[in-house]
Design a protein around this ligand. Structure first.
Ligand SMILES: Cc1ncc(COP(=O)(O)O)c(C=O)c1O
Length: 396
């Protein structure tokens, strides 16, 4: 019998399958479809609804993608996974596959712009009622979740204001009415928390972020029970076309091998950098889940191993100061991705959350002075120097 492996061993070895050539590094099966020995064989494969290594068509499944799915399912402790073309295909697939007109969803208000678009625009246009709550306020979840609620949805750490949601408390309330808890765990990464063991039913990732971690490819994954993945997600995804490409699956497989090393180092640097920003005369607040000053620091320590790779801080000088700081950085890149080996700074109010009304941004704490910093793998001393020199230019 196979022994139980720890996460780091799973990241390297779980899910791997070797072809007849016994390669060490996983093979990329860049093929759209698969050949059958006989017509009877083809008929048999199409008749089988049991997932196995008898592949039919890459939109349905592919050996490279199956390795990625099995590896991440092992890391997450999930029964099954379905890989998707992007993080948004995962969020959309996880929700749309199980909701229909008349259903009720309760969601945290503080969400990434595209997640918000699905919940605020797309689901209601199909007759799904969505109630938004302040995700950090357990009483609001209690008041809004009712017997009609089918699904609750939130980002375990919200983008970009880094609110930490109590996964266990919300999942317990959802369970009391048989609603399913769907958690977008991007900021926490598969390394720092395990939403399923805290009571979530479904976890989604944008693999574009830390899982790739080197800015190359878009991807996503939905994780949950065998029954939910095989009977709800898979039919929806394979017929609507949001499946992952084999090349992406291969890039992400290689990304998983180094995920732990990268996010541990990035998170350690993020803590150092967050500390270095505190008290600067141009900064009104620094938010990082690993800092004692974070409003949910105790919760963060309870449900997360480390504070993650992203810091949010606010400049007193508003948009002008934010743009000026961004433009004087030498190492940190101006972009809107996160989780990359390269440090990246984003001004959410004019990019990722530009679509929202000014009032809505205000409600979410996305002010004109707010910056989101994704900490990469550079030497933290160089990053601190880069930020401190850009901040120095502001005061002069
Ligand atoms: C919390 C969260 N969910 C989902 C996504 C979407 O991921 P993708 O760009 O891979 O579609 C993002 C992207 O920034 C995100 O931050």
């Amino acid at each position: 019998m196979k022994t139980t492996w720890n996460k780091k061993t799973n990241l390297v070895h779980s899910g791997n399958r070797r072809s007849q050539f016994n390669e060490v590094s996983e093979a990329i099966f860049l093929t759209q479809s698969f050949v059958y020995e006989t017509a009877e064989d083809a008929e048999k494969r199409f008749a089988s609804d049991v997932p196995n290594d008898d592949f039919i068509y890459t939109r349905y499944g592919n050996p490279t993608i199956a390795m990625f799915e099995d590896k991440i399912a092992a890391i997450e402790g999930a029964e099954a996974a379905f890989a998707t073309a992007s993080g948004m295909a995962a969020v959309n697939g996880a929700l749309m596959s199980m909701l229909s007109a008349g259903d009720h969803v309760v969601a945290a208000r503080a969400l990434f712009g595209s997640c918000l678009y699905i919940l605020e625009n797309i689901l209601p246009s199909f007759g799904v009622r969505v109630t938004f709550v302040d995700g950090t306020d357990i009483n609001q979840w209690k008041k809004s979740i009712s017997q009609e609620t089918k699904v609750v949805f939130f980002e375990s750490i919200s983008n970009p204001t880094l609110e930490v949601i109590d996964i266990k408390a919300v999942a317990d309330i959802a369970k009391s009415v048989d609603a399913l808890t769907v958690v977008d765990n991007v900021f926490t990464t598969p390394i720092f928390s395990n939403a399923l063991s805290l009571g979530a039913d479904v976890v989604v990732y944008s693999a574009t972020k830390h899982i790739d971690g080197q800015g190359r490819t878009l991807g996503g994954v939905i994780l949950g029970s065998e029954d939910y993945i095989r009977n709800t997600v898979e039919p929806f995804m394979k017929h609507t076309g949001g499946s992952m490409s084999p090349f992406t699956g291969w890039v992400l497989l290689k990304g998983l091998e180094t995920l732990d090393l990268r996010v541990q180092a990035q998170s350690d640097s993020a803590l150092e950098i967050a500390k270095s920003l505190i008290g600067h005369e141009s900064i009104s607040s620094v938010r990082y889940p690993g800092l004692e000053t974070h409003p949910q620091y105790d919760l963060c320590r309870e449900q997360m191993e480390k504070g993650g790779t992203v810091i949010a801080f606010e400049l007193l000088g508003g948009k002008e100061a934010a743009f000026s700081l961004m433009n004087s950085l030498e190492i940190v890149l101006i972009s809107n991705n996160l989780g990359d080996a390269k440090s990246i700074i984003t001004h959410p109010a004019t990019t990722t959350h530009q679509r929202l009304s000014a009032d809505r941004r205000q409600q979410l704490g996305i002010t004109q002075g707010l910056l989101r910093l994704s900490v990469g793998l550079e030497d933290s001393k160089d990053l601190i120097k880069d930020l401190s020199s850009a901040l120095g230019n502001l005061v002069r």
